[in-house]
Ligand binder design. Sequence first.
Ligand code: ASP
Length: 311
Amino acid sequence: MPSLKGKDIISALELTREEVEHLYKVADELKQAFEAFGSLDIARNKVMITAFFEPSTRTKISFQMAMARLGGTVVDFLASVSSLAKGETDYDTIRILDGYDPDIIVIRQKKPGFPAEVAPWVKAPIINAGDGYNEHPTQALLDVYTISRELGKVDGVHIAIMGDLKYGRTPSSLSYLLSKFNDITIYYVAPEPLQIREEVIKNVEGKVRYELLNDIRELRGKPVDVIYVTRLQKERLPDPSMYESLKGSYRIDAALLKELFGDNIPIIMHPLPRTWELDTSVDPLPQAKYFQQAKNGLYVRAALIKEILGL
Ligand code: ASP
């Protein structure tokens, strides 16, 4: 059986299909256990630090809820009221947090590559909860879990990943994780300035089939099982005027989905938060899976914590 005990989770590229499938089995078991018993006590005496240097709602709360439901303790580092304000560096901050001997540190950072940079000298296993535009491996884990549980398979899936593929970190990690499966087709749908980064294509080349498209309407007549929508990453654009020019340049609503796909609307996913790209008219459709997707983060992250702690 694959073991993640004591491992860092830095990139979705490092995970194997066996590890992922094992995690999903554990996630299913924990979901059932949480529903039956509320909380467990298998992580008693274990402590997880959440160190988020960038804003978060779902990732942070689902990690914290997961540890709470496993019976462990969470200590939260709150960047906004920390010694960062006194000029302490984020490197020193991590060194100090690690010095208190936590069992796991979950890090979100705006510097791409930060978790990989500190991992060699941090004693605790590190989980990358998003590093700038680079990667968000645990989001990919819950995304592929959602696909697998909603469609009953991952192999053979046709997915359109749409929106800000250049400055977003979820399209890269999702592509990497899907590349571990067989016969995957990815349509990257984005206006030219937001198309998927070169390095992502390099990393999936030969492992998935892909097409670059500029508009969702180009999907008409193609087989599509999933549309994964992402927001324009306003905070990461090199020039603020780009936001105004790209705002509204891609968007789905219920009427457009009906027009393009008729009775065969694909499942709709989004890592959230949404802004203008995913209209609320999609919410009542049975294919809208983004709230379930966010909830799945709890089970998948609980499974990851359990496996890293070797419980
Ligand atoms: N919540 C996701 C992330 O942290 C998606 C987003 O912010 O647009 O990357």
